[in-house]
Design a protein around this ligand. Structure first.
Ligand code: NGF
Length: 288
C-alpha cells in the first residue's frame, strides 16, 4: 500500500450529475500519464461532502470498474452519519477496494473517546484495513501522539493520511510507529515530509502534477536534496498559482486543457470566471 495516490477528482455536469465518461478519463489519465500507484476515492478532492450516498456508491463502482487491478484503491468512507460510513465501508470492501479511509468526525466537537468509537464501529462491520484521515485545519480535530497510539492499537488501522504542517508530530509518529503507514497530505510540503521517511502521499495536485511528486519522493530517498528542492520549488509555483485561482476548479480546467472531460465542480463551489479559465489554461501550458 506504499506509494503515491492521487486524491481523485470527479467530473460533474452543469447540473451536478456524475459525468461517467469524464470520470473514467480522469482515472485513465492518472494511471497512464501520471503513473500513480493508487487512487484515493471520494476524499475532499472528490467533493465527497457535497454528494449523496447513491452518488458516492456510483463513483466507487465506476472507478473500480475502470481500474480493475491496475493500481491500488483506497475508499474514503468517513461521514458524520455513522450509518452511512458503515454502509460505504461494507460496499467498497465488497467491491474489492484495497483499504478504506475515514476522515475524523467533524463539525460537532467530539471528544477523543467518541472519535475512537467512530473508527472502531466502522471497522467492526468490515474485514478491511483502515487509514485514518487527519486534516485538523478543516475538521478541528487535533490528535496528539498518544491518541494516534490508542487508535493504532486496533490492528486493522494500518496508517494515517497526515494532512497537517506539524512536522514535529509527524516525526514523533514515524519514530513511535515504524510499522504503520504514513501518507503526506499537503503536496506543497511533500519534500519536508519525505525526509522524515513517510511511506507515501495522497494529493489533489497529483491529478496534474503526478510526475513531479514522484521525482520529489525518489530524489529525497536517494539523498539528492538540491535536485529535490528544485522540483518542490517548481511544484510549489504550480500549487501557489492553482490555489490563487481556485483549487479544484483550476485542476479541472487544467485537465480539460489536456483533452480530459473533467466537467464542473458541484455547488456551492463556484464556476471560474472567464479570465480565471484563461489563467488555468496558462498554468496547464506551463507545467503539464
Ligand atoms: O484539498 C485538500 C484540502 N487537501 C489535499 C489533500 O490532502 C486532500 C491536498 O492535496 C485529499 O487528499 C482528499 O481528497 O481528501 C491539497 O489540495 C494540496 O496540498 C494543495 O493545498 O485542504
Amino acid at each position: 500500500m506504499k506509494g503515491l495516490y492521487t486524491a481523485l477528482m470527479c467530473s460533474f455536469d452543469e447540473k451536478g450529475k456524475i459525468n461517467e465518461k469524464g470520470l473514467r478519463e480522469i482515472v485513465r489519465h492518472n494511471i497512464q500519464e501520471s503513473q500513480i500507484d493508487g487512487l484515493y476515492v471520494n476524499g475532499s478532492t472528490g467533493e465527497n461532502f457535497l454528494i449523496s450516498t447513491e452518488d458516492k456508491k456510483r463513483i466507487f463502482e465506476i472507478v473500480k470498474d475502470e481500474v480493475g487491478d491496475q493500481v491500488k484503491l483506497i475508499a474514503q468512507v468517513g461521514s458524520l452519519n455513522i450509518d452511512e460510513a458503515v454502509e460505504l465501508a461494507q460496499f467498497t470492501t465488497d467491491l474489492g477496494y484495497d483499504a478504506i479511509s475515514a476522515v475524523t468526525p467533524f463539525y460537532y466537537k467530539f471528544n477523543f473517546e467518541e472519535v475512537k468509537d467512530y473508527y472502531n464501529t466502522i471497522l467492526e462491520s468490515v474485514d478491511n484495513d483502515l487509514i485514518i484521515y487527519s486534516i485538523p485545519a478543516l475538521t478541528g480535530v487535533n490528535m496528539n501522539l498518544e491518541q494516534f497510539g490508542e487508535l493504532f492499537e486496533n490492528e486493522k488501522i494500518i496508517g494515517v493520511k497526515f494532512t497537517a504542517p506539524d512536522f514535529f508530530l509527524l516525526e514523533r509518529i514515524r519514530h513511535a510507529f515504524p510499522d504503520k503507514l504514513i501518507y503526506s497530505g499537503f503536496d506543497e510540503m511533500l519534500l519536508s515530509a519525505s525526509v522524515l521517511n513517510i511511506d507515501g502521499a495522497i494529493g489533489s495536485t497529483f491529478n496534474v502534477n503526478g510526475k513531479r511528486a514522484r521525482q520529489i519522493m525518489e530524489l529525497s530517498a536517494e539523498g539528492k536534496m538540491e535536485e529535490a528542492r528544485k522540483v518542490q520549488k517548481e511544484t510549489n509555483d504550480l500549487i501557489a498559482a492553482v490555489l490563487d485561482n481556485g483549487l479544484y476548479q483550476t485542476i479541472k480546467e487544467m485537465l480539460k486543457f489536456k483533452g480530459i472531460d473533467a466537467g464542473h465542480c458541484r455547488k456551492p463551489m463556484r464556476e471560474l470566471k472567464e479570465e480565471e479559465v484563461g489563467r488555468a489554461r496558462q498554468i496547464a501550458e506551463k507545467y503539464m
